[in-house]
Design a protein around this ligand. Structure first.
Ligand SMILES: NC(=O)c1ccc[n+]([C@@H]2O[C@H](COP(=O)([O-])OP(=O)(O)OC[C@H]3O[C@@H](n4cnc5c(N)ncnc54)[C@H](O)[C@@H]3O)[C@@H](O)[C@H]2O)c1
Length: 261
């Protein structure tokens, strides 16, 4: 169901990394409902992707799967290239792929540190850079949107390296916004809170300590619907956000007001 005018992304091509994840699928559905063409990236195999496309009933003429590991520069560049080959242009890049690993900082393994930096931060840099290069080359005044998190500014425990990646993403976003403004490219971030699907839900279901803390951390009092993340992305992708750049749009039910008393 569209939230905004159902043609507000007509003739726009959007790419999204991690688009087959729990939040990603909802974002793709919302983008399509607002008439966008969508290049859906993930690392899942083609058969799994096909099943998700079928289940979601995404229209084949406006949704295309591009399997790529966006922690690799060449793959990120290929993703942008295949998007343009499929749809003729690239208007919006959503750097959305991410992962979390729970561990006290005392035990956090070096290999996991390297992995989370690569999946959450390096991939965002690589895809944003490849998208920006293409937009500059083709004279497209496009939009780049990062998926950050409310924990970019809050030291939520047991996921400190995750928080570091989202903090780094905030400066990447602000720096790119500053540098690319001269080209008319807008760069922003959406910072969700504790969403009722995906990685937070996995922690909610399996980590009693997490759940105890999370239950007290949302002033609005309920887990975040993924549609609220998708709507923020549709808004930032649309003409209505043309005068916005360098901003984190917090969509977190007030979680960033933590600590609560
Ligand atoms: N779930 C939450 O509460 C929450 C809150 C704030 C921010 N976020 C952010 O939202 C985004 C999506 O989270 P989610 O909860 O839907 O998680 P998810 O695990 O359901 O989805 C992540 C997707 O990214 C894909 N991916 C991982 N590595 C990749 C790679 N190298 N190349 C391409 N794709 C890759 C995965 O296959 C998966 O489909 C992440 O950036 C996450 O940090 C989530």
């Amino acid at each position: 169901m569209p939230t905004f005018a159902s043609d507000c992304l007509k003739d726009r091509t959007v790419l999204i990394t991690g688009g087959l994840g729990a939040i990603g699928q909802v974002v793709v559905g919302r983008l399509l409902a607002h008439s966008a063409r969508v290049a859906v990236n993930d690392i899942l195999n083609e058969e799994t992707a096909r099943q998700i496309f079928d289940q979601q009933k995404w229209p084949v003429d406006r949704a295309r799967y591009v399997r790529a590991d966006v922690t690799q520069a060449r793959e990120a560049q290929r993703l942008v290239q295949e998007t343009i080959t499929a749809f003729g242009r690239l208007d919006v890049a959503l750097c959305h792929a991410g992962m979390a690993h729970t561990s006290s900082i005392l035990d956090y393994p070096e290999a996991e540190w390297d992995k989370i930096l690569a999946v959450n931060l390096k991939s965002a840099f690589l895809v944003a850079q490849a998208a920006a290069r293409s937009m500059v080359k083709h004279g497209v005044k496009g939009k780049i949107i990062f998926t950050s998190s409310w924990v970019q500014d809050v030291p939520w425990p047991d996921i400190t390296p995750y928080n570091v990646t989202k903090s780094g993403m905030k400066m990447l976003m602000r720096g790119m916004a500053r540098e690319l403004a001269a080209h008319g490219i807008r760069v922003n971030a959406v910072a969700p809170g504790i969403v009722g699907v995906g990685m937070a839900k996995r922690q909610w279901d399996t980590e009693p300590d997490y759940r105890r803390r999370a239950e007290k951390a949302i002033p609005l009092g309920y887990l975040q619907p993924p549609e609220s993340v998708a709507d923020a992305m549709v808004f930032l992708s649309s003409d209505a956000a043309d005068y916005i750049t360098g901003v984190t749009l917090l969509v977190d039910g007030g979680a960033s007001l933590y600590p609560m008393d």
